[in-house]
Ligand binder design. Structure first.
Ligand code: UDX
Ligand code: UDX
Length: 430
């Protein structure tokens, strides 16, 4: 089928590429001309494991192409996906201006029946507003359907998540687009759940908020483990073996960040409370999660006595491992706070350094090699769960540091091993 995706970012580009890989002809649209040129030249502006070769392959097979023109996309595709940003506003509500603008552009270009699919994470009832907008700005008499098809891909495993989804959710206001949407996803051989429009939109916010709640719960249990001399990884193992709980998303650490959970939780709270539902539970989740970085810094401050002029090495800038995305990254937040207290900081990230630069104070050094952050350091922090940090030469790191103190914010390393290497090793809940 001929499809187009409007908004070629972490969500749109990966979705478009995987749909092309599944055999469709996909046109990815972006209003950032520079980005379109980069993509046409085969340069991928984001890091996602496996994405680069998939883009190259499908561009070569002429199944994937890029344009800045929404008009061209609407003229040539039967299904048009909207994957533009839905960023949080200061008051926590969702900024839908990009979605509204794209809906208008699509309406003005409608030549015949089209299916418009909202993939961006949006508050419930947005689909109805998109339909209203297209009716208002579109040519009279031209029919269309609006569908909600929320994405559940995790950054760092987006290609895998998209190619083997647990389920595909499709929200519709009539039966007409169902056959075409089934055809779009047929190659993925995954369970397809057809719901009404509002339920599909709500599934996304409800799922993400639940995952944020689950992470926050294990971080609370970690605090009790520290006070109670227990090991949160063993507690998580014991809890997670219960099929009703499940082991995933019980990894205690520095709390959740990224471009989704923080904004989706605050959006869900706003949506619920605008509908008169008291969402204190999720407000509490936000509060607990926001307090985790300070709790972690307190441990470091206690060990250093004073932060000013101390040399601190930090491994990790991205909001999680296997991504270059630094949006709402706790790792960046830690550096900002320690720099504000006068610490001298060297940091490293396998992929996120470039994007982190403009977010960090000027005097923070981003090193090319992870071991360099240890040179003369009083303390070494692990802030992002990059698997490759497990493989560093830790005995060499010990000789490089002024004092061998490690604060592992993601429970990445093995406590017994680090202590046997002669480190003072602190982690979360262990
Ligand atoms: C975004 C939202 O953050 C997320 O909530 C939603 O589920 C999907 O879209 P993401 O892909 O991470 O996720 O955003 P980003 O990486 O910023 O990509 C958005 C792309 O859309 C950018 O390339 C931007 O240039 C483009 N864009 C933005 C348009 O093409 N048109 C617009 O009007 C606005
Ligand atoms: C999330 C959802 O998982 C995905 O379904 C949705 O489409 C987008 O939002 P993402 O934000 O990319 O995906 O990454 P995720 O793996 O969910 O991690 C989110 C944050 O939670 C990261 O900061 C990560 O470090 C943290 N996390 C995750 C934990 O602290 N513990 C865990 O057990 C899992």
């Amino acid at each position: 089928m001929k499809l187009s995706i409007i908004g070629s970012g972490y969500v749109g580009l990966v979705t478009g590429t995987c749909l092309a890989e599944a055999g469709h002809t996909v046109l990815c649209v972006d209003n950032n001309q520079a980005k379109v040129k980069e993509l046409q030249a085969g340069h991928i502006p984001i890091y996602e494991p496996g994405l680069e070769e998939l883009v190259r392959r499908n561009v070569q097979l002429k199944r994937l192409s890029f344009t800045a023109s929404t008009q061209e996309a609407v003229a040539n595709s039967e299904v048009i996906f909207i994957a533009v940003p839905t960023p949080p506003q200061d008051d926590g509500s969702v900024d839908l201006s990009y979605v509204e603008a794209v809906a208008r552009e699509i309406a003005e270009a409608l030549p015949a029946y089209r299916i418009i699919v909202d993939k961006s994470t949006v508050p419930v009832k947005t689909g109805e507003k998109v339909a209203e907008t297209i009716r208002r700005y579109g040519p009279k008499g031209i029919e269309f359907d609006v569908v909600s098809n929320p994405e559940f891909l995790r950054e760092g495993s987006a290609v895998a998540d998209l190619q083997k989804p647990d389920r595909i959710v499709i929200g519709v206001a009539s039966q007409r687009p169902v056959a075409a949407m089934r055809a779009v996803y047929e190659p993925f051989k995954a369970p397809i759940i057809i719901t009404d429009l509002n339920s599909a939109e709500l599934i996304k916010h409800a799922a993400n908020s639940f995952l944020a709640l689950k992470i926050t719960y294990i971080n609370l249990v970690a605090a009790v483990c520290e006070a109670g001399g227990a090991d949160v990884t063993q507690v998580a193992e014991g809890m997670g073996s219960d099929a009703r709980i499940g082991r995933a998303f019980l990894q205690a650490g520095l709390g959740y960040g990224g471009s989704c959970f923080p904004k989706d939780v605050s959006a869900f709270i706003r949506i619920a409370e605008e509908m008169g539902v008291d969402f204190g539970l999720m407000r509490e989740v936000e509060k607990i999660n926001a307090a985790i970085p300070e709790r972690f810094l307190k441990k470091i401050r206690a060990s250093l006595w004073t932060m000013r002029d101390k040399k601190i090495g930090q491994l990790g800038l991205a909001f999680k491992g296997n991504t270059d995305d630094v949006r709402c990254s706790v790792a960046v937040e830690l550096i900002r706070r320690m720099a504000a207290e006068g610490a001298i900081i060297r940091c490293h990230d396998p992929k996120g350094g470039e994007k982190a630069k403009e977010l960090l104070p000027k005097n923070v050094e981003i090193m090319a090699d992870a071991h360099q952050v240890a040179e003369g350091a009083d303390v070494l922090i692990i802030a992002t769960e990059w698997p490759e940090y497990r493989l560093l030469d830790w005995s060499k790191i010990k000789t490089l540091m002024r004092t061998p103190r490690i604060f592992d914010g993601r429970n990445l390393l093995n406590p017994a091993e680090m202590i046997s290497l002669g480190f003072e090793y602190t982690s979360i809940g262990r």
